[in-house]
Design a binder for this molecule. Structure first.
Ligand code: ZN
Length: 161
């Protein structure tokens, strides 16, 4: 069985910064990752690279930022008044916070605190990076009707509900 739309795919993976070779994440010594192919569960560049692969296949692919977590955008960096952080014990550069917006919840990183003004960055931490994936295909199976309807995987490695 090869990987195609609506297959449930299990992979072991290692992802690193393609420029610095720094390892960002790996399933080594952990559970492999299971996802629903064709449902935007994983970044587009990796999904495309896995199309047509089968159990036992190993691949190494470099995914450019645009096909991974997107380019960094200065529009996603904003200054907000300190009073927006009421209730937080401390506000320091490097802290991750979530904010409610019209478009739902977004993750921000505080990059600078300057008096009453706080600079926050809503870019994904991996935005702007081209990523190298080393992947081994561990399992491919058909998705259930329910999984297709939900757009994600149930059972081991997936949603439990
Ligand atoms: Zn579900």
């Amino acid at each position: 069985m090869t990987i195609a739309q609506h297959k449930v795919v299990t992979i072991h993976y290692k992802v690193s910064d393609s420029e610095s070779d720094e390892v960002i994440d790996s399933s080594e010594n952990a559970e492999p990752m299971t996802y629903l192919h064709g449902a935007q569960n994983i970044i587009p560049g990796l999904e495309q690279a896995l199309e047509g692969k089968a159990v036992g296949d190993e691949l190494e692919v470099v995914v450019e930022a645009a096909e991974a977590y997107g380019e960094r955008s200065d529009d996603r960096i904003q200054q907000v008044p300190m009073e927006a952080f009421q209730g937080m014990e401390k506000v320091e550069p490097g802290m991750a916070v979530t904010a409610q917006t019209d478009q739902g919840q977004i993750n921000l990183v505080i990059t600078e605190v300057n008096g009453d003004m706080v600079t926050v960055d809503a870019n994904h931490p991996l935005a702007g990076k081209s990523l190298k994936f080393e992947v081994t295909v561990e399992d491919v199976r058909d998705a259930s009707e329910e999984e297709m309807a939900h757009g994600h995987v149930h059972g081991p490695g997936g949603h439990e509900h």
